[in-house]
Design a protein. Structure first.
Lengths: 393, 274
């Protein structure tokens, strides 16, 4: 059975070009980039090139790029650095729909006496800018807002939010893990001070992340060790990961167009197809202001894990915001923050595409999903065929 | 992804007895859409008190659907008297086991069966007995106590797995802990028979194997029992535990607590180099 992978916001396949580029660094070129000999030095040179590739892709300077182990490390580093370098400040501003890398860190800080403000969102997932602006105080050490939401794909106006922070002299960080590679990012023109990205969401291997730190920003390392990353992140470099990150950024620049035309077209076809074929379903989040690869659809009266498992029988991979999927007993905090009713939140499915998806795959999903929903609804005590009206928007 | 048994998957993909019986002799509706799972059970009972047919409708995850399907298969052909002896453990066992986080699916099945039998007997639907402990999922102290007794639950996490209580805002965790503690002291015999040294060592080894090692292994660690001197349990750490700075806490807060609880309350765990 062929796998139809529509879970690219969870992770992506390593691009064949990236794999080819990094393989020699596991065996033939295994030197330590910090070594004095030329065997290690050649790897050091390659890492410098990768740093330049990443910087070029983000419109940044190479010394503004810090390689980390993942998006979560980048997020943690940014926030903890802001707190460490501004010792007196005890306030952090974030949103109610952040990735756990920020959300759980916020809870952790709140337990340690910091004040954490989580800005609410509207029903379609937009940040409450009024509340945001009012939350900024001289005691605010850092604002951390995600650029695009991993569950719904909805974009926050982070550059506008960053200007408001900058006007007050406050640091601004964004978790851009779901945006990079899908929307253009140019740090030269941006008011954002720090930005996190993750390799495995954009066809590099797992275990590599990047934190962009604007030149002149006070910084305190999160991982203390050797002189690597100019003393800003200790630990021997993940050489293959870093080289993969450089290569993937080069590819992403070339694929951005495809991402915003063909992939977006496939996403729209999938979404329109489901909405027209399946009664009583709806899209969660603003459909216009979104990254091009993501759709989050709720099916009334059925539960998400059951949908996922039935799709799994056909090799279709996606995610759900239902409680049962995560092991917690409550549905996704993102959907709850948006006020999605429980009846809908339990039956939510996120499809996230990549440049590797094809029209045939979408056609097969459009054939199977309506059958699956109909079958599960036939088990459900809440579903009486024909009695519900279409609630789609 | 949950690790379901083949039987759970099979009952999920091909559930038996889906639907609603016409003119049922017993009806039950348990759970709610807000809670994430709900079950409607209808049964037919003949004059001899035998369940001749059962059908269900479930809103819920794979294990909720499979548990309901299993329940209907298990009760068909049984007398009411036989059926009312079924426990949630029986439902889980029929399916070859459920992931521990999903045990509440089997509890939902047992609740539905009880309610359907009460309905058949013409016992009017009572208001929920007991007082609500978990506001998020509407779970009462009586339901929690019953789950603890029937399944020997010892932690808040386990109570959540079986009843959902405490799975939302977590404000009721202290109350759940109090109930566990109260039942534990009720249960504990006044005097525990003295263990012989050999019995003690055997029980400690068994407890390490069954209750402790799997959790440690999960993080790449392990412990080895070196000796038992009186109530002192001497262990050596292995794997990641041997280099972990938190291993002392693990020994005190996890290993020792488990051994005290399951073997002998006076045991003290000490780490030795070996």
């Amino acid at each position: 059975m062929k796998t139809i992978y529509l879970d690219n916001n969870a992770t992506t396949q390593v691009a064949p070009e990236v794999l080819e580029e990094i393989l020699p660094y596991f065996h033939d070129l295994y030197g330590n980039p910090s070594s004095a000999h030329s065997f290690g030095g050649q790897v050091g040179k390659k890492i410098r090139e990768s740093r330049e590739q990443v910087a070029a892709f983000l419109g940044a300077e190479p010394e503004e790029i810090i390689f980390t182990s993942c998006g979560s490390e980048s997020d943690n580093t940014a926030v903890m650095s802001a707190l460490a370098t501004q010792g007196g400040k005890r306030h952090v501003v974030t949103s109610r729909v952040e990735h756990p890398a920020i959300k759980s860190l916020g809870a952790h800080l709140a337990n340690r006496g910091y004040r954490v403000t989580e800005i609410p969102v509207s029903g379609d997932g937009h940040l409450d800018m009024d509340r945001y602006e009012k939350s900024l105080t001289p005691d605010t050490a850092i604002v951390s807002l995600m650029w695009a939401n991993n569950e719904t794909g909805v974009l926050f106006p982070v550059e506008k939010a960053a200007i408001l922070a900058r006007q007050r002299g406050l640091l601004f960080h964004t978790d851009a893990v779901q945006v990079v590679g899908k929307m253009p990012v140019d740090m030269k023109k941006s008011p954002i001070d720090m930005l996190s990205l993750s390799g495995h969401k954009i066809h590099a291997p797992k275990g590599i992340g990047v934190l962009y730190v604007r030149r002149g920003t006070k910084f305190s390392p999160f991982l203390i060790g050797g002189h690597q990353e100019r003393g800003r992140r200790g630990g021997t470099e993940n050489t293959a990961g870093i080289i993969g990150m450089g290569k993937t950024c080069e590819l992403a620049a070339l694929r951005m167009e495809d991402e915003n035309t063909r992939v977006k077209g496939l996403r729209d076809k999938l979404e329109e197809g489901i909405l027209s074929k399946v009664p009583s379903c709806r899209v969660n989040g603003d459909r216009l202001n979104r990254i091009p690869n993501t759709t989050n659809i709720s099916f009334e009266s059925v539960e998400g894990e059951a949908i996922l498992l039935m799709m799994d029988e056909f090799g279709i991979c996606a995610s759900s915001g239902s409680a049962c999927t995560s092991g917690s007993l409550q549905p996704s905090h993102v959907l709850r923050a948006m006020g999605v009713p429980f009846t809908m939140a339990h039956g939510s499915i996120r499809f996230s595409l990549s440049v590797y998806n094809t029209e045939e795959e979408i056609d097969l999903v459009l054939e199977k999903v309506p059958e699956i929903i109909e079958r599960l609804r036939s088990f459900s005590p809440y579903w009486k065929a024909g009695e519900r009206v279409c609630a789609s928007v | 992804m949950w690790e379901y048994t083949k039987k759970v998957k099979e009952h999920f993909l091909n559930p038996r007895n889906v639907g609603e019986l016409e003119d049922p002799d017993g009806v039950a509706e348990v759970g709610s859409m807000a809670c994430g799972d709900a079950l409607k059970l209808t049964i037919k009972v003949d004059e001899g008190g035998k369940i001749t047919d059962a059908k269900f409708q479930t809103f819920g995850c794979a294990s909720a659907i499979a548990s309901a399907s299993a329940l209907t298969e298990m009760i068909k052909g049984k007398t009411i008297k036989e059926a009312e002896k079924l426990t949630n453990q029986d439902i889980a066992a029929f399916l070859g086991g459920l992931p521990k986080e999903k045990m509440h699916c089997s509890v939902l099945g047992r609740q539905a069966l009880e309610k359907a039998i009460a309905n058949y007997r013409g016992i009017p639907q009572k208001e929920e007995e007991g007082k609500i402990v978990c506001e998020c999922f509407g779970v009462t102290d009586q339901e929690i106590e019953r789950a603890i007794r029937e399944n020997n639950l010892t932690t808040v996490e386990e109570v959540t797995n079986y009843t959902k209580a405490g799975g939302g805002c977590e404000n009721c965790h202290d109350s759940i802990r109090e109930i566990i503690e109260r039942l534990r002291t009720e249960k504990r015999p006044v005097t525990k028979p003295r263990l012989s040294n050999i019995q003690k060592i055997k029980m400690i080894e068994e407890t390490i194997d069954r209750e402790i090692r799997p959790s440690l292994k999960h993080d790449g660690g392990d412990i080895e029992l070196i000796d038992v001197i009186g109530d002192r349990v001497l262990v050596a750490t292995r794997g990641t535990c041997a280099v972990c700075t938190a291993s002392e806490q693990t020994l005190k807060n996890f290993v020792e607590i488990k051994l005290k609880e399951l073997v002998w309350p006076d045991l003290v765990v000490e780490e030795v180099a070996a």
